[in-house]
Design a protein around this ligand. Structure first.
Ligand code: PGA
Length: 264
């Protein structure tokens, strides 16, 4: 069975106290279920205010990671409301989401800004999870793969293979294919369509950075226990970036458990 990357994007949910209870429950459930790091990698992406308790409560090594949902590309300065990649690192994050579709559509992150954030995350020693995906209009116009290619190549413009090769046992970057129309809508992509998009992205990654390069490719967009087994068993899907279903330990872990029991 392949290793699964189960990543929870809490978005603007979870106060520090709620994050603390979540972590205690997560730790007890996962030790009961005997998860180990060869099989699963779990990362939580709390809102900034709840990162510190998550970092404090999760063990430093092993299967659990803490990440930020975004980060600005300068270290310090007159950027009201922003938190830098450096600050994310200082507070104890190891990971960061870059280019989530809500950042792109609501907060105006262009391909250029996404590229700068990605570069800065890598320079600060964070493992970026680069999010990309097409809108419904683009899918219906048959432009999906062209759009994914455009977003990925723009983000990688300033990145060298050396910066993202990881350390042998852990990747230096992850990709998260998230079709915009599937995020928070309850309507996930068909497994075959998600597989096609993830396979294409992996192939493009190899063509761009070199044939020996690889990285985990996650699918995101209305992932839940009932569709997890089918999505996660696709050849080129290595995990899930989960929004709504990551807010409760039960529904979050059920995603992995359903995949695991279907694959036994
Ligand atoms: P969702 O969100 O699981 O609620 O669709 C996914 C995401 O935005 O990462």
């Amino acid at each position: 069975m392949k290793k699964i990357f189960l990543y929870g994007n809490w978005k603007m949910h979870m106060l520090p106290k709620e994050a603390e209870s979540f972590c205690s429950e997560l730790l007890s459930c996962s030790s009961e279920k005997r998860y180990d790091e060869k099989c699963i990698d779990i990362a939580l992406f709390p809102p900034f205010i709840s990162i510190a308790p998550v970092v404090r409560l999760l063990p430093e090594n092993g299967i659990f990671k803490a990440g930020a949902q975004d980060g600005w590309y300068e270290d310090r300065g007159a950027y009201t409301g922003a938190v830098s990649m450096d600050m994310n690192r200082q507070i104890g994050c190891t990971h960061v989401l870059v280019g989530h579709s809500e950042r792109r559509s609501i907060f105006g992150d262009t391909d250029d800004i996404v590229g700068r954030k990605l570069k800065q995350a890598l320079q600060k020693g964070l493992v970026p999870v680069l999010c990309f995906g097409e809108t419904l209009e683009q899918r219906e116009a048959g432009q999906t793969l062209a759009i994914l290619g455009k977003q990925l190549l723009a983000a990688w413009r300033e990145i060298e293979a050396d910066e993202i090769k990881g350390n042998g046992s852990y990747p230096g970057i992850l990709l998260a294919y998230e079709p915009v129309w599937a995020i928070g809508t309850g309507r996930n992509a068909k497994a075959a369509d998600a597989q096609e998009a993830c396979a294409y992205s992996r192939q493009l990654f190899k063509e761009h950075f070199g044939d020996t390069m690889n990285c985990p490719v996650l699918y995101g967009g209305s992932v839940k226990d009932s569709n997890a087994a089918e999505l996660l068993s696709q050849k080129d899907i290595d995990g899930a970036l989960v929004g709504g279903a990551s807010l409760k330990v039960g529904s979050f872990l059920a995603i992995y458990d359903n995949y695991r029991s279907a694959s036994l």
